[in-house]
Design a protein around this ligand. Structure first.
Ligand SMILES: [Zn+2]
Length: 138
């Protein structure tokens, strides 16, 4: 009985255990991913942007807004598309709808970010499996 054989058996056993751990992790991540994707399949209408409050001063010379009591809140939508930022004022009658749709957008984006993170984890684990099975043609 040579030491070498024992060593090889051990390392084979270890790499088998490692493989089955990786497969188990991928299996769980896949289930997570499936749930994450499921949440995004039927989104509500969305509006890009985030809502924020705006307070304003007016042009009346002796108005309270000149002493720090500004008018508002008014609501504006801050929209960033490809590093360009713009602001749109939101009419009071649209406020609730815009709030909901902007929130739906935020939620969707968050969901997407989660899926991308899970994809990346799965990708890394699959690479590890690949490494274990890679052979070189001699
Ligand atoms: Zn004023």
């Amino acid at each position: 009985m040579s030491g070498y054989t024992i060593y090889t058996d051990m390392s084979i056993k270890k790499s088998r255990e490692k493989l089955s751990r990786i497969r188990q992790q991928i299996y769980l991540l896949n289930k997570t991913r499936q749930k994450q994707v499921g949440k995004l399949l039927h989104p509500k209408p969305m509006i890009v942007g985030s809502l924020y409050e705006v307070y304003k001063t007016c042009s009346k010379p002796n108005c309270c807004c000149k002493k720090g009591q500004k008018h508002g809140p008014f609501f504006a939508l801050s929209i960033s598309i490809e590093a360009k930022r713009s602001v749109k004022m939101v009419r009071k009658k649209d406020l609730e709808v815009v709030r909901q749709k902007a929130q739906a957008y935020q939620d969707f984006q968050q969901g997407l970010a989660k899926i991308r993170k899970t994809n990346k984890q799965i990708d890394i684990l699959l690479e590890q499996i690949k490494q274990q099975f890679l052979e070189q043609y001699k």
